[in-house]
Each structure stands twice: as C-alpha cells, then as structure tokens.
Design a protein around this ligand. Structure first.
Ligand SMILES: Nc1ncnc2c1ncn2[C@@H]1O[C@H](COP(=O)(O)OP(=O)(O)O)[C@@H](O)[C@H]1O
Ligand SMILES: [Mg+2]
Length: 502
C-alpha cells in the first residue's frame, strides 16, 4: 500500500470531486477526510484507499489540527472557503504541515469583495468594475438609490447569498427601482452586520454590467500559475436563467480549454488578470498565494474579460467538470503547488470532450431550505455508471444507513461526450431518472444546461460584447461618465488607480 497520505478538509460535492481526482493519482494515496457530515461517496473512497473518514468541523482549526496530528498527512487539501477565513490553513502551516490552500490573509481576495476590487484598482488590473464600499447602512442606501443601475452585495463572502442586481433603465420605472434598491440595501446591511463580525464594511455597491459568465479556475504556488479549462456555471434555479440565484445548478466545459463562446485570446486574457492579481497580492501583503484561485468572470462590452468575484478555492459545481477533462496527475498538481514546485508540472487535458454537470436539489432550495431538508434519497449508482457518468454527493448526510438531504443541492451528475454538449446533456437527463426520493418529495434540476438553444444565446451575447470591447480598444477609450442624480456628471478614468472620482 502507498505511503502517501492526503487529508482533505470538507465533505461537499467539491470535496467529493477532489477525492475522486486525487484517488486516480499514480501515487495511489491513502485518503483521509475531516468533515461534519458523512458524504457517502467520499466515505467509500476513503475506505477503499485504506484511509479514514474523521468527524470534525472543517472551520474549527483545533478539530482539523487534531485530525492532522493523528494522521500525519504528506499533504492537506482545504476544500471550502470558510476554513480559510477561520485560519485553518495558518494553524496547520504553523505546525509544519504541507497545505494546499491560501492563508487567511491571502484568502481575503474572496472573503472581502471590497479588498479584491481595491486591489484591482490600485494595481490597475484590467477587468475591474467601479464600486464603493460602506459601513453605514444609511449611506449605502442613499448611494444605491442615487446610482440606480447597480448591483448591491454583501461586502463579505456570504455563501452566495444576498447579491441583488438593480438594472431598471426604463424612465417611468426607474424611481421605483431606486427606492427598492435603497430599501434592500438597508435590510441587507443590517443582516450582514448581525451575522458576520469579521469584516469592516458591510455593503458594496458596484457598476452593473452585462455579458456571458464563465469561471476560470487556476492553481498557483505564488509564482507559477496554471489555468484549468474554462467552465460555465448556471447559478439560476430554473431553466432559461430564471428564478433565484443558487450555489450553481450545473456547469458545462469543453472542448479543450475554452468554451464555444469564449475565444483562446479571452482565455489568455482572463489568465493574465488572475496572474496580475497573484502578483499584486504578493506586493500588497508580502505573502505568496498558495492554492486554487478562481476568477468568476463575465465577458462584457467594456473590458472584454471582466472580474465579477474571486474564489479562493475551486468552484462548485465547476470542479466536477474536471473529472472528465484532466489527464495528468491531479494530486501531483496540488502537491507541487503546495511545495512551491509548480514550474515543473505539465498539465494535460482531454482535448476533444464536452462535459455537462447537472445538480439535483430538493424542491424548496434555496429559499426554503427547511422544507428541502431531511428527505431520504435513492440513487441507482449502477445504472448511472453504465451511462459512463459520475455521481458527486453534496448536500446529503448518511444517518443510520439512510441518505438524507440537508436542504442544499443534494448531488451532481457529470456526463461527457465526444459528440457535443447536447449528447452529454441527454446522458445526464437519462442518469437523473435514476435519482429519486423514497418519500416522493420532488427533486429539481435544469434540463436546459448543455442544450443547443441555450448555447446559441450565449454565443450571440458574447459576439455582441466582443464587437463592442474590441472597438473600444481599437479607439483607446478608457474614460466613461455617468449621470448620477444629486451628483451630476461623474467621470471614471480607468487609467487612474482610484475607483471613484467626481
Ligand atoms: N457588477 C455586476 N453586474 C452584473 N451582474 C452582476 C454583477 N455582480 C454580480 N452580478 C451577478 O450576480 C451574481 C452573484 O454575484 P457574485 O459577486 O458572484 O456574488 P456571490 O456569488 O458571492 O453571491 C453573479 O454571478 C452575476 O450574475
Ligand atoms: Mg459568485
């Protein structure tokens, strides 16, 4: 049996994907996991690799340190973002462990959206949006009301909750939209301040942009940065991007590193943005970023590749797509990054494959999680595997032999095809028929992920954005202005390193 021991922190679908990717390594690692729920997929992989599943709170540094001391792993991989914020990485490194995951300070790039935006302006990183942060709810509300066409967000990463886009440009409705933005901003600020005590500003109001969204996941040791294939997430609950925002109802990727609506050039530019961010972080904090850093991007008419937010981790569901895309040794990739030796790693991917990942959630998610909780799930894994698909368990818990929903996305089904997205999507639809609940409770998923009609819309949107941004570039336009009621004409100069000048 292999001597290499790896400890994975976290027990969701992302960590299940990580476990699967790592289990294929030629190092044949023994896999250990520390998590508060029991994820049946991870549990099986732990057992078959000769490892162990430990119960503990991933966000509690003492729990994780205790597990690490018991196991003496060669590498520790941190899955979710909250353990980074609560100093789990710092505590482990202090004790001499080799960890894949950024420190609490460098993970501010995700935790604090104001910090990330400020860094981008200070170091003039392309793809930056105009923004303003607030500590005072009244002031934030007043600003949101005045700016109108804007996005109101919690300044702290709040697990994908709280962001609201206010984009009413029709004159007769704009007053109502502005009032709504102000009311919402105040409510959100109070909620955020009540829930999170570890961040200074509570609200960020930023410029609203339009375009197609995609995620660029990368791995870095602080010097070298390796980009993984681009993936498109689908955050809305219902088909055609309707309904409330969720943690992601599925994702598509391929062929190769790009998507049909993202060009090779745009992929390279997006990589450059993340690279510049890593460098700027080093400059700003005098600390190397080690781990995964993902850019949640949008192709917009102003910048082309534009940053919406950073993740200090792999995206979920995005990482599921990698199961079929990565050819080289994923454990070695993470291990090389953690040891500062990424420059000698060669990433190989499957060039000619289309991957579709669909999440299945109990009805009620994400707005009525209590209702969505506690339903026993049945998964016919054998039939799903016969279709060549993978199963990733997420928001479930194994209790007395029964698999119960936790109220979040319960599992993901990942399928691939060399023929195209339609084919991979159809496979996923077939596979989803083998998932049900014993109590008859309804499960939902998005049939449209990977559908041709859906990709056509993305292609059209991307083409329009591309036309505009390439033209803007050709003319060298880096100045925009807005008319803000009560403030008058406000100029924004992108060659400056400050977000707001009036
Ligand atoms: N500046 C923006 N302009 C337009 N849409 C935005 C903007 N910022 C965020 N959004 C939309 O809101 C979603 C959630 O915002 P994001 O910053 O990613 O927060 P989180 O994922 O933490 O909830 C994005 O996926 C995007 O669709
Ligand atoms: Mg997001």
């Amino acid at each position: 049996m292999s001597k290499f021991r790896v400890l994975i922190v976290g027990g969701g679908a992302r960590e299940h994907a990580l476990t699967l990717l790592v289990s294929k390594s030629r190092l044949e690692p023994r896999i250990f996991v520390v998590s508060s729920n029991i994820n049946p997929g991870i549990l099986r992989l732990c057992k078959s690799s000769g490892g162990k599943y430990l119960r503990g709170k991933p966000t509690n540094p003492e729990d994780v340190l205790k597990a690490a001391k018991e196991i003496s792993p060669d590498l520790i991989i941190i899955g979710p973002e909250e353990p980074l914020f609560s100093r789990v990485t710092d505590v482990l490194r202090n004790d001499g462990f080799v960890v894949f995951g950024p420190s609490s300070r460098t993970s501010l790039i995700e935790k604090d959206k104001g910090f990330a935006r400020n860094l981008m302006w200070k170091y003039k990183i392309p793809g930056r949006l105009r923004y303003k942060t607030f500590t005072d709810p009244e002031e934030a509300a007043e600003y949101a009301k005045a700016s109108g066409d804007s996005v109101v967000k919690p300044a702290r990463q709040a697990g994908g909750r709280g962001v609201r886009v206010f984009g009413e440009t029709a004159e007769h409705l704009s007053r109502i939209a502005r009032e709504a933005a102000a009311t919402y901003t105040k409510r959100l600020a109070e909620m955020i301040m009540r829930k999170y005590k570890d961040i200074e500003s509570s609200i960020i109001v930023e410029e609203r942009v339009e375009g197609v969204e995609y995620t660029l996941m990368t791995v870095t040791d602080g010097n070298t940065l390796i980009s993984l294939p681009v993936v498109e997430d689908h955050p809305h609950l219902y088909p055609w991007d309707l309904g409330p925002e969720t943690g992601g109802m599925g994702s598509i990727s391929g062929p190769s590193f790009v998507l049909p609506f993202i060009t090779e050039e745009e992929f390279k530019e997006s990589t450059k943005i993340v690279k510049m961010t890593i460098k700027s972080l080093l400059n700003e904090l005098k600390e190397k970023y080690v781990g995964a850093i993902s850019g949640q991007m949008m192709l917009t008419s102003f910048w082309g590749p534009t940053l919406i937010e950073y993740y200090a981790r792999f995206g979920d569901p995005e990482i599921g797509n990698l199961l079929f895309m990565i050819k080289s040794d994923f454990l070695e990739l993470l291990d090389s990054a953690a040891r500062g030796k990424l420059s000698s790693y060669k990433l190989e991917i499957n060039d000619n494959i289309y991957v579709v990942n669909k999440a299945i959630a109990p009805e009620g998610y994400p707005l009525e999680r209590e209702k969505a909780k506690g339903h026993p799930i049945s998964v016919n894994e054998g039939e799903i595997r016969k279709l060549g698909c993978e199963i990733l368990y997420g928001g479930v818990n194994l209790v007395d032999g029964e698999l119960l929903t936790t109220g979040s996305r319960a599992l993901e089904i990942v399928c691939s095809s060399e023929k195209g997205f339609e084919d991979a999507s159809a496979l996923a639809e077939k596979a989803i028929n083998y998932v049900s609940t014993y109590d008859g409770y309804r499960l939902i998923h998005r049939w449209d992920i990977g559908a041709h009609s859906h990709i056509k819309i993305r292609l059209r949107k991307a083409r329009l954005a591309r036309l505009a941004y390439t033209r803007r570039r050709a003319k060298g336009l880096l100045m925009v202005y807005d008319w803000i009621p009560g403030k008058g004409l406000v100029f924004f100069d992108y060659s400056s390193s400050k977000s707001l000048s009036s």
